[in-house]
Design a protein around this ligand. Sequence first.
Ligand code: PFF
Length: 447
Amino acid sequence: MKKREQFSGNLTVILAMAGSAIGLGNIWRFPYIVGEYGGAAFIIVYFLACIFIALPIFFAETVIGRRGGMDTFGSMKRLAPGSSWYKVGLLTVISPIIILSYYSVVGGWSIHYLLKSFGVAFGQETGHFGEFISSVEAPLLAHTVFIALVAAVVLAGVKKGIEKFTKITMPILFVLILVTVVYSLTLPGAGRGVDYLVKPDFSKLSGEALMAAVGQAFFSLSLGVGTVLTYASYMRKKDNIFLSGVGTAGFDLLFALMAGFAVMPAVFAAGLSPSSGPGVVFETLPFIFGKMGSDAAWITICVSGVFFLAVLMAALTSAISMLEVGVAYLVEEKHIKRSRSVLYLVLFAWAVGLLCSLSFGPLSGVHILGDTIFDFLDKLCSNWLMPFGGLLFTIFVGWKMPSADVLDEFSNGGDKPLNVRIYPVVRILIRYIAPIGIVLIFLNSIL
Ligand code: PFF
């Protein structure tokens, strides 16, 4: 059998996992909910949600992935032979591919706006965001280009594709977003945007804010869908699980905060009010970049270009991780060649994405349980499938796997003294706190 590919070190693992984590969720969702739920007060709650709920799930997935050393099905079959636990794998193949389908529609928008920043018309040119997304050809073309880029990277394999791509893009992404932050903060009137993000308003910290924090932590760290598990299966035995979790969550939070400082000061400087959703990122920012800040048109063009390049890169590294989960499954469980696996999954995601894209236009009248196709799939994954997967992973590691095995994996056979010392706390988080947190999310969604 061909030797399984591996990431080449701790830092690579963190970069790849951070690549999966840092995405559209950080750029358009985080800045808005921070302001909505009390600024710095919410950031504190979000931080706690990451530590008490998200990180334990992250550790659970990493332990399964690295110890199992295969895709989700294979790993669970190895760790719980003869049981039905491997069927959880089904969830982790379906969810990421569905997420990929609608995520790549939005990823396509970033390609469109990137080209637009430089004055390149991409398909039929329209002035407004609403008009653009409800048109047929241009968003579909952009969706196709985006998903083709994702396929190309995954096709190249774990080391030559995913590792190489994330190693190059993540540092660039960091610089790009830093440039946008600096530009945004220097706009006249940016201070109110900063206030919006940092002024703690504890009166807004409701139960709803708590749920929003947990939900955001889930989506942002790509939990419950097997991406962390699959990437962990490419970790070397000597890499540090605790460090990868803390590193990934740390980068993710840092990037979310930077995105906040890139977006909100500009929104306030333009005298607009912050609102949720892609509108802020795709409609408001180009308008702001085009109108303000500098007399020199080239500066605004560059800033807009830099910003959308950052959005595109962030989206690509996340989408790649979604595709890799299913590809690992088809290659290892069904023995289908990597190239064919990529082809099948991409065709499926592309076709579902096509419906999602059209659901902003010609198919906007089609509703599933009261939502458009795009919104329905997003809610299905974010509110149900991801938390459900997370719940199953924590139950598996907390209650099914022998504690000694979990400790052995978490501490590399006792080689990492710090990991050994914190393990009792991690165990309580995995067994009790995280599952209870997830059940609360469900109750919140139901009510
Ligand atoms: N974490 C990504 C974001 O914040 O945009 C979204 C995501 C990536 C969700 C990978 C699920 C996944 F498997």
